[in-house]
Design a protein around this ligand. Structure first.
Ligand code: C5P
Length: 220
């Protein structure tokens, strides 16, 4: 039987990971968190103190690392880095490394290899536009930058390490700009994607909306 591919793209803070994870669990599919791959690459380069903006250097480093995803956990060369890839520092570095064409090429192959083995829900910035343009269902989650900053701010505050709301908003807008302006696989609404604006929706409402779209599309 053919593996099913569902993609969820959109800017940071729209709840893509949470929604994709819930959807994958409900359907019994594998969850592919593509942002975690960029984060693990950024951490690997940062740990070596290398230049995160240098395509050739990053390519060399990333060609020689091993990234594994196991449900919610992310492993870099066998070490669990699930927490260390989520710091604001690594968030900023990950959107810088994500503009590098060689890095995107390496991660493109890794992501497509996943889909050979299993049905999956993939989330990121280019999963429906570049990685899996043939996906069975494509969703694009959106929200205003203020709503996204507010969510991220509350998340960080709950962890006890909150920068100010303004700082979070600035970081989000900076990352949005880099993701949308890059020449290689910029953040766009993929062809045939269904756009869901989550600005005024809570988590349950987004899950319900997305699940309904998926059910309708898969039945078609
Ligand atoms: O989604 P998350 O915030 O974990 O992604 C971290 C960074 O990785 C993003 O800011 C984005 O620049 C980059 N990314 C990307 N393409 C993807 C997933 C993430 O460029 N498919």
């Amino acid at each position: 039987m053919k593996n099913v591919i569902i993609t969820i793209d959109g800017p940071s803070g729209t709840g893509k990971s949470t929604i994709a994870r819930i959807l994958a669990d409900k359907l019994g599919y594998t969850f592919l968190d593509s942002g975690a791959l960029y984060r693990a690459c950024a951490l690997a380069v940062d740990q070596l103190g290398a230049d995160i903006d240098n395509d050739a250097i990053c390519k060399e480093i990333i060609s020689n690392i091993k990234i594994d995803l196991d449900h919610d956990r992310v492993f870099l060369n066998g070490t669990d880095v699930s927490e260390s890839i989520r710091t604001p520092h690594v968030s900023a570095l990950s959107s810088r490394i994500a503009v590098l064409p060689s890095v995107r090429r390496l991660l493109l192959k890794l992501q497509r290899d996943f889909a050979q083995k299993t049905s999956l829900v993939a989330e990121g910035r280019d999963t429906g536009s570049v990685i899996f343009p043939q996906a069975d269902v494509k969703i694009y989650l959106d929200a205003t930058s203020q709503a996204r900053a507010q969510r991220r701010f509350l998340e960080l505050a709950a962890k006890g390490a909150a920068p100010s709301y303004t700082q979070v908003l600035n970081d989000i807008e900076e990352r949005d700009h880099r993701d949308r302006a890059r020449t290689c696989a910029p953040l766009v609404v993929p062809d045939h994607a269904v756009v869901v604006d989550t600005t005024h929706l809570n988590l349950e409402e987004v899950v319900e909306t997305v699940f309904k779209i998926v059910r309708e599309r898969l039945t078609d």
